[in-house]
Design a binder for this molecule. Structure first.
Ligand SMILES: NC(=O)c1ccc[n+]([C@@H]2O[C@H](COP(=O)([O-])OP(=O)(O)OC[C@H]3O[C@@H](n4cnc5c(N)ncnc54)[C@H](O)[C@@H]3O)[C@@H](O)[C@H]2O)c1
Length: 396
């Protein structure tokens, strides 16, 4: 494990982050970690508060609320976190109208219109279902579910609700992927994708909550991003009938820290995801993605640069600040042309399938897409008999 950085290391990191994300976001990320109680920015409330947040940790502070405030101003209603201090510090900084001591108090506020669920992984589904049952607009961070039962319950609520649901998977909303989409001719059913992801992930300490058994492993916590992006790309064309999954583990005792997952499909796709975390990346997670499809070769360099070669034409885009799609993903409840929820259903089914393989240290299995979807649909039909309603006590 890496040693603590110390003040000069922290300062260097701030400078480096400012170079990547711009000063405003870099400083905000630093404030999110320290949350000094004396820092009380002046908050001008111009809109009726209607946005509430459950889970007030690092990502809620440095990303979700940061972009909401930047894009639509302050319209924050209620904050809830099982750690009251987290909720109070988020509320103080962003000018929430109230901090609630129970999720029910937040959920039952009649002014609530848009709910952001940014808590630990195991609790996402239950909160999202509660929001949907009240016909609210719900943004739920990734992973949307960490068990099949949860996914069934969530998708049942999605189908029954007159509210809306959006997932926090952001890579499909990155400028690089959106630019690529405009140039890809996906009319040919016959063409296969070749995709390679190299991901330098964070080192996660053994005592971190991501490691708790019920949180779904790093497959749900991290790898899900690139499983989901792959499914998103497949949807541009059409989804394969089957996906053959091969997994190689560097260390079977820590199976989700350093591994490769590969897919081959009946459409002649080939995909490889290497997630590795042998040392802590000073600049945060970095991602290098190569995509070949039809006449296109694309290279995404950590979402800071995109190069597309198409025949004789070469085009390069640089993104500053780095754009992994966070802002656009957070803004889904307020924008049109969002992705199809069915993509998230399928990517979560596939992610859970792979998570189960990893827990059993399996190395090769076939995911029969249509069979899995049909089985899932059958579960949805019978789900109301199987799953009791949510209570906070069961969730916490
Ligand atoms: N989309 C992305 O790129 C991205 C990046 C980072 C984190 N995230 C996601 O954001 C979420 C939060 O991650 P984080 O990095 O902020 O973690 P964090 O540990 O900083 O924050 C989690 C917060 O949830 C609170 N919490 C725990 N259990 C709770 C419960 N049952 N009810 C309410 N609050 C509860 C904790 O007290 C903590 O304040 C996770 O789902 C994570 O995967 C997404």
């Amino acid at each position: 494990m890496n040693k603590p950085l110390g003040p000069s290391g922290e300062f260097k990191k701030l400078l480096r982050f400012a170079g990547i994300y711009g000063w405003s976001r870099a400083i905000n990320k630093a404030i999110a970690r320290t949350r000094p109680p004396w820092l009380r920015p002046l908050v001008f409330i111009r809109r009726k508060p209607a946005i509430s947040v459950i889970g007030c940790g690092q990502f809620a502070f440095s990303c979700v609320c940061y972009y909401l405030k930047k894009q639509i101003g302050t319209a924050f209603l209620s904050a809830f976190d099982t750690d009251g201090q987290q909720a109070r510090s988020l509320s103080r900084y962003y000018g929430f109208r109230e901090v609630t001591t129970t999720p029910d108090a937040l959920l039952n506020n009649p002014d609530l219109a848009v709910l952001y669920v940014v808590s630990n992984h195991a609790s996402h589904t239950a909160y999202a279902v509660e929001g949907l049952t009240r016909n609210k607009i719900v943004y739920v961070e990734k992973p949307v579910s960490v068990t099949r039962q949860q996914l069934v319950r969530l998708c049942q609520a999605v189908r029954q609700s007159s509210g809306q649901v959006f997932a926090g998977y952001n890579r499909p909303y990155s400028k690089a992927i959106q630019l690529l989409r405009k140039r890809v001719d996906s009319s040919s059913e016959a063409a296969g994708f070749s995709i390679s992801y190299v991901i330098n992930g964070h080192q996660i300490p053994s005592e971190h909550w991501y490691r708790n058994a019920e949180e779904g492993t790093r497959i749900c916590g991290n790898l899900g991003h690139w499983i989901d992006l792959t499914i998103h790309l497949f949807f541009w064309r059409s989804i394969p009938d089957w996906i053959d999954i091969q997994i190689a583990y560097a260390n079977p005792n820590e199976p989700d820290d350093d591994l490769t997952v590969t897919f081959t499909t009946d459409r002649y796709d080939i995909v490889s995801i290497l997630l590795t975390s042998r040392s802590e990346p000073f600049e945060g997670i970095s991602e290098f993605i190569n995509i070949q499809y039809n006449d296109i070769i694309a290279h995404i360099d950590d979402f800071r640069r995109l190069t597309i070669w198409q025949g004789a034409v070469k085009k390069v885009w640089r993104f500053w600040p780095k754009d992994v799609g966070h802002q656009r993903a957070v803004m889904q409840p307020f924008l049109e042309n969002n992705r199809n929820w069915l993509e998230v259903e399928l990517s979560t089914l596939l992610m859970l399938f792979i998570r189960d393989m990893v827990l059993k240290r399996q190395t090769g299995l076939r995911f029969n897409t249509h069979q899995e979807l049909a089985g899932f649909e059958a579960d949805l039909q019978s789900a109301s008999l199987l799953y009791p309603p949510f209570t906070h006590e069961k969730n916490s």
